[in-house]
Design a protein around this ligand. Sequence first.
Ligand SMILES: C[S@@+](CC[C@H](N)C(=O)[O-])C[C@H]1O[C@@H](n2cnc3c(N)ncnc32)[C@H](O)[C@@H]1O
Length: 221
Amino acid sequence: MAGTPPLDTSQKDLWDEIAFEKDFHDTFYLAHFAPLVKSGESIIDFGCGYGRVLQYLFEAGYSNLRGYDFSPEMIKRGKVLYPHLKLKLLENDALSIPVDDTSVDAVILSTVLCCIPDITHQKKLISEIGRVLRPGGALYISDFLISTDKKVLNKYEGGYEKFSEYGVYQTSDGMIVRHHESSYIRALTENFLELWWYEEASETMNGNPVHAFHSLFQKIS
Ligand SMILES: C[S@@+](CC[C@H](N)C(=O)[O-])C[C@H]1O[C@@H](n2cnc3c(N)ncnc32)[C@H](O)[C@@H]1O
């Protein structure tokens, strides 16, 4: 996308620092994914971390799996834990997916949008996903919505002072994260057909309360 500002690569270093320390827990709702994506179909997990979601899919019988992440240490941990998985480090521009147009059956973004606080970067990533997915392909997104929890409201207030945007704040690890309005996510994915949307109380990797959503979209054409 023309005019997209460069990624803040200091964020990548922060993910490297915690790669072997923190575990991710966000639920993957296979019961909603499986009817749309068959076991031999090609699946890309963007921002795959150490491969947790892909391993879950592997155990469920999926075989055509690839994960991409911009953190070398996340990929390193994934290769130690799950050497059978294809986990790849994204070089250079971390918002490009190095595969051909319309060559992929499904893309997963599990708690990745929250780690991309710049809206132009989020838009670029969703547009890139639209490029690589085949018509009718699936996009599974889980992430965090704006919370009403008092502890999180305090973070938003501190974040607003620093970044002048509500829902963006800095974690105790130094990462800059974004929580979203559901209407914003729906606008971001307006070129996809929404098939399923579910919200629940959850926790961040640091154990803080959050309001999570899980969703499934389909590329229209
Ligand atoms: C909260 S973790 C989630 C990992 C994995 N999706 C899961 O659910 O287990 C977010 C991951 O996104 C990766 N990430 C953040 N920004 C990224 C970017 N711009 N490009 C690629 N990966 C990114 C981080 O390195 C980290 O591994």
